[in-house]
Design a protein around this ligand. Sequence first.
Ligand code: ADP
Ligand code: MG
Length: 322
Amino acid sequence: MPSEFDLIARYFTRPTRSTGVVQLGVGDDCALIAPPANESLAVSTDMLVEGRHFLPDADPESLGHKALAVNLSDLAAMGARPLGFSLALALPSADETWLASFARGLFALADTEQIELIGGDTTRGPLTICITVFGSVPIDQALRRDGARANDDIWVSGSLGDARLGLDILMRQRKLSASDSAIALQRLHRPSPRLSLGLALRGVASAAIDISDGLIGDLGHILQRSSVGATVGADVLPIGSALRSQDQQTQYEFALTGGDDYELCFCAPPSQRDSVLTAAQSAGVLVTCIGQISEASGLRVLDGAGKPLNLRLRSFDHFSNP
Ligand code: ADP
Ligand code: MG
């Protein structure tokens, strides 16, 4: 039976890259990272718990990808550049086949996004994956939630709702064509953090958030923190390509309230429209203007005829949802 230290050495220790950012990685009491001068350290933690965030038979390689992706998405939403991450793992047993696949998914994304694993903790317990990411952003350039102002445009990246559709497929509540199924499950299991877009929106966006719990709820956080309201057009939402196979009510509901898309929702004054489109183009991501910020509080969602939508508009919350 391998020891905790064998597992760390075998699966989670790699040579430190020579970029100078990570001065000391896995193996000491603390890691040492040197953020660039005049930049703030951006720190975020996200946890995935078996039975809560993923099913017991979840593919470990996808889990490795997703555990890091959801954390990188927070850096993206802040306009931060990734520096390093730590990994706290509770494992029911030392299942090396599982660990090898998990590490493969994790490091594939880490290499793509050029972020290093710098430390962590490993213990026996119910399967839980907790990652903390460290990034950096020039002082006063972070894309915070509290910067939205009346008349700002509201934008979202990519498309919405396919991850929620993937969840229905997983729960065997919906039958789709093989190709739509593949798209929806890919969106659910392998989210793409919008890091390049976040960086390109520095100095352009007034506020930003990543969509993890559903557009309505997450945009709601921007509205609350910025003390403003908003009007959103349901007919202009970028509906995921697999979700377009479903009826209109389902399209609206999943795009507005479905979680796990990990797109960015951000605001910018109308004077920045060209800059937003240029930023999106440079990041290779589609962006869509879905509405406007208003002085009056509250969130109104209108259909194509301008009538308020009557939807069960709830976002996911771990304590108020079952
Ligand atoms: P400590 O006793 O100081 O908490 P540990 O024995 O838990 O140290 O860990 C030894 C080293 O291995 C530390 O540098 C720690 O950051 C690293 N480490 C532990 N678990 C992981 C992991 N899952 N991934 C990466 N590094 C890890
Ligand atoms: Mg420890």
